[in-house]
Structure formats: structure tokens, C-alpha cells
Design a protein around this ligand. Sequence first.
Ligand code: RP5
Length: 172
Amino acid sequence: MSTRSGPKVGILMGSDSDLEVMREAEKRLDFFDIAYETRIMSAHRTPDIAAEYSATAAKRGLEVIICGAGAAAHLAGTIAANTTLPVIGVPIDSSGLKGLDALLATVQMPAGIPVATMAIGKSGAANAAIFAAQIVGRKDAEVAAKLVQFKKEMAAGVEARDRKLQSERNKS
Ligand code: RP5
């Protein structure tokens, strides 16, 4: 958890059953030292709380909202309806349709209410946090520098694995 001032990113999820997936977003935001808050709320089960959260998010200092939901996933769209902050959707593979339902429900927003939709599941949750960092990093030089470091480390990791593969193959 960041020690810097109040939360810049809201991480919302429709159920505590989504938490394991959405932890991937928390871990990435921890890496970028971006303060966040994590809440469980539902477009269907707690619609008033979701509406109140998004309507007050900007004035509470949030800059981006990440929403993870599965099945008939309306959380991201509902949140986007009540704020001008960027909203990032993470479809969660919690139903019998393995997230395809959530993907379509999250991505197929009508013109006027955009939701930046990530991949289904943990990759999507990780990318949601990186995307949020890219938004926050436009105004925050420390986050921008960490994004550069992150890409360098990722590339170095791939190169190291390639070197290992090449040396194993060259031995045989
Ligand atoms: C969605 O329904 C939630 O986001 C979750 O992915 C799915 C199942 O919720 P639970 O029945 O496990 O609470 O609203």
C-alpha cells in the first residue's frame, strides 16, 4: 500500500468472489506506489452505493476507476454513467461462460459512455492497473519513471529467458 497521499485509483468489484483476480491490480498499483482504495459494490445488488461512489469519486480526488465484474457485468458501465473519470473494465471469469459474457457486457458500451475494457481475468486486472498508472503518470513524474523501469525490467526478463533457452539448446 502506498504511503503517498489519498487514493488516486478506485478498485471496485462486484463480489468478494472477484477478489483473487482483482488482487492482481492491487499488486501492480503497489509496484507503481499509487495509492488506491478497494471496494465491493454491485451494479445489481447495491445500485445506490455504486451510483453514489461514482458521482462523488472525482471530488474525492480519484483519477481513475477500475471495475471488475463477472457474468452480466454492468458495474463498469454503471460507474462510467455517473462520472467523467476514465473507467477501466475487467471482465471476470466467474460464470459458466468463463468470462465471455462479462467481456461482452463490459466492452459493448453504447456511444457516449466509454469503458476501457481489458482482457478477461488476471491478465486484465494486471493490465488495468498498468493502464491506470499510465493515466496517473501523465501528471506524476515518479509514476512515469516507474513505468519506464517496469518496461525495461520486463524486456530484461524476456531476454534472460531467451539466453537461458539458447544456452540449454546449444548444450544438446
Ligand atoms: C458478479 O457476479 C460478480 O462480479 C461476480 O463475478 C459474479 C458472481 O458473484 P457471487 O455470486 O460470487 O457473489 O456480479
